[in-house]
Design a protein around this ligand. Structure first.
Ligand code: ATP
Ligand code: MG
Length: 317
């Protein structure tokens, strides 16, 4: 069985973007029987697992996505996009009894968005799921749900036994499973990516970022990343705190920023083994994603030029 550079896990979905000038003026209240004119509709594919795979493939890595889709139009779109981005599809299971995930994103310029999420196929392990067949230098675990979430520890432990490096951006469901046994897995992780609210759920509330990092100093073996939206991100390697701002950009759509950052960081790390270059690629990749509708459009290609963000390093905890 061929060995990949990266196998990604996580959801695959069809994302339908609907924009209107007055969604929020109406408080998203639609009187029964009325026809609502909308300004624009766009159909893209999304889902953390396939979004992350797109970054890895565009950055030149031999990439496979492992997950389930249904035998339906949304699943067909997902497969078409995986092929468009040259991501291997032999680990994708088309399950007759399942429906491909689908999100409807109702957004109004600058005001924000509401996402209606339907999760089905991504909650299930492929029927022929066999970790022995998933040979890769890296596993990237985008947020997982259902059966997949329940298997998080098993996947991580298998990876470590087989010298596969692991990056994980856990979902709230995974955090609920993992938070009470942190010492059993955190030192097996090479890159752990959470946003601010996920950090609170996983590690509990702390007086400050520094006090949290001080507590984790001995447990972190790889990198802990906390992304903070417009405020940028911090990366901790157990000793140094790297602090980065953002690449200023006109945001069209927020979907996929977290996936673009996480996968961008890991791609940069594989290439250079340098956290500073990894943060720069991650930050620029997420900004590039925000500039366009859809979570896979605009992502940076290998050797594409990008603006580098300033990074400060603090080693005094
Ligand atoms: N408005 C913005 N302009 C430029 N860059 C941004 C902006 N918002 C976020 N980013 C970049 O994207 C990274 C990830 O964003 P964020 O912290 O919102 O992730 P998230 O909460 O996981 O998002 P997601 O909803 O995609 O999971 C940030 O650390 C930052 O580098
Ligand atoms: Mg996220």
């Amino acid at each position: 069985m061929k060995k990949f550079d990266v196998i990604t896990f996580g959801s695959a979905s069809e994302d339908i973007f609907i924009t209107s000038k007055d969604f929020f003026q109406r408080n998203l209240c639609f009187p029964v029987g009325e026809k609502i004119e909308i300004d624009k509709i766009l159909i893209k594919t999304g889902g953390g697992g396939t979004n992350a795979a797109t970054t890895f493939s565009l950055q030149g890595f031999n990439t496979a996505y492992c997950g389930c889709i249904g035998n339906d139009y949304a699943g067909f779109l997902v497969l078409t996009d995986l092929k468009r981005f040259k991501i291997a599809t032999n680990l994708v299971a088309v399950e007759e009894k399942r429906t491909t995930n689908l999100s409807v994103i109702l957004s109004e310029k600058e005001k924000g968005r509401v996402i209606l999420v339907y999760r089905d196929s991504s909650r299930y392990l492929p029927q022929n799921f066999d970790l022995e067949k998933l040979k890769s230098s890296w596993y990237y675990l985008a947020p997982l749900s259902g059966e997949f979430a329940k298997n998080t520890l098993k996947i991580i432990k298998f990876a470590k036994k087989n010298k596969t490096r692991v990056a994980i951006n856990p979902s709230k469901e995974q955090i609920a499973i993992l938070r009470n046994k942190i010492e059993r897995w955190i030192n097996l992780i090479d890159v752990l990516i959470v946003n601010k609210s996920e950090a609170k759920l996983l590690f509990g509330r702390h007086r400050s970022e520094k006090s949290l990092l001080k507590k984790l100093k001995r447990e972190i073996r790889g990198y802990l990343i906390i992304t903070k939206g417009k405020e940028g991100s911090i990366v901790f390697d157990g000793r140094n705190i790297f602090q980065a701002g953002i690449v200023n950009t006109k945001v069209k759509d927020r979907t996929g920023a977290g996936d673009a950052y996480g996968a961008g960081f890991v791609a940069g790390l594989i290439k250079t083994n340098d956290p500073i270059s990894a943060i720069q690629l991650a930050t620029a990749n997420s900004a590039a994603c925000l500039k366009q509708w859809g979570a896979k459009e605009g992502l940076l290609r290998e050797n594409q030029k990008f603006s580098k963000v300033k990074i400060t390093i603090n080693d005094k905890l």
